[in-house]
Design a protein around this ligand. Structure first.
Ligand SMILES: [Ca+2]
Ligand SMILES: [Ca+2]
Ligand SMILES: [Ca+2]
Ligand SMILES: [Ca+2]
Length: 254
């Protein structure tokens, strides 16, 4: 008998003695197994009330990024390529970068320009601003209003180069870039939070290549829209948060 859903995957997770079952099948697959997916994000891209998915493909090898549109039942029966160029994409994030009420796309590429794609409100995208250094080995991008001016800025973590904060001008254009860290950093991820409760945004960095993870505390000084970051060190051992907290009291060049 031919199975309607050829592959059925099911697993369950026990949380406090309650069981949650996750079900998947071959109608729920996004793309194909030849695509080297590095990142995805979820949001209502076409403003029809259901959650759609943007998938970034490529990593070291140029790939086609795709948007998958939800048919309302949780099945993605329509996909659309994002842009005409294949790219070495490592990371993608959805946010309303141009403040017009719809979700735009940011794509971070390794050794190739990072790009904004601007939504027309219906899930059709035009290529917008680039952001950050055009030739950095981008490994991750994170969206945060780092200067607290009401628009979404982008933090880029680079391998083998300084990390970057790209400041939004409010219209989805990123002309100003702040670098932090050194070219020797191998940062794979960054999160933002007000760690020291002084009402500004601090940075928590995850580094690879044997480097410690760092916490950058903002000094809260907004100079032409630019915060500075004090450099401190957090050593993470066995996933415990604070083993050692050492301030180097070094003001980063921003
Ligand atoms: Ca939708
Ligand atoms: Ca928008
Ligand atoms: Ca901002
Ligand atoms: Ca803070």
């Amino acid at each position: 008998m031919k199975l309607l859903f050829g592959i059925i995957l099911m697993f369950s997770v026990n949380i406090n003695s309650q069981s949650i079952k996750f079900l998947s099948n071959d109608r729920l697959i996004l793309g194909n197994n030849k695509e080297k997916t590095a990142s995805l994000d979820v949001g209502d891209i076409d403003n029809d009330g259901d959650q759609d998915v943007i998938v970034a493909n490529g990593r070291h090898w140029p790939g086609q990024n795709r948007i998958f549109f939800n048919n309302g039942d949780g099945i993605f029966t329509v996909s659309r390529p994002l842009g005409v160029d294949n790219g070495t994409s490592y990371s993608t994030e959805l946010a309303d970068f141009d403040n017009d009420g719809d979700l735009d796309v940011a794509v971070g590429n390794g050794r190739a320009p990072n790009n904004i794609f601007v939504n027309d409100g219906y899930g059709n995208f035009s290529k917008g601003s680039t952001f950050g250094n055009n030739n950095s080995s981008t490994r991750n991008i994170v969206v945060s209003d780092i200067d607290l001016d009401g628009d979404q800025d982008i933090l880029i973590t680079n391998r083998g180069k300084e990390n970057e904060i790209c400041i939004n001008d409010g219209k989805g254009v990123f002309k100003k870039t702040i670098v932090f860290g050194s070219k020797n950093d191998s940062t794979i991820d960054v999160e933002t939070a007000d760690i020291d409760k002084d009402n500004d945004i601090d940075l928590i960095l995850a580094n690879r290549d044997g480097q410690p993870n760092y916490n950058h505390l903002s000094d809260g000084i907004i100079n032409e829209g630019t915060p500075s970051f004090l450099y401190s060190s957090l050593n993470f051992l066995t996933s415990e948060l604070i083993i050692s907290f050492r301030f180097f009291s070094k003001l980063f060049q921003v």
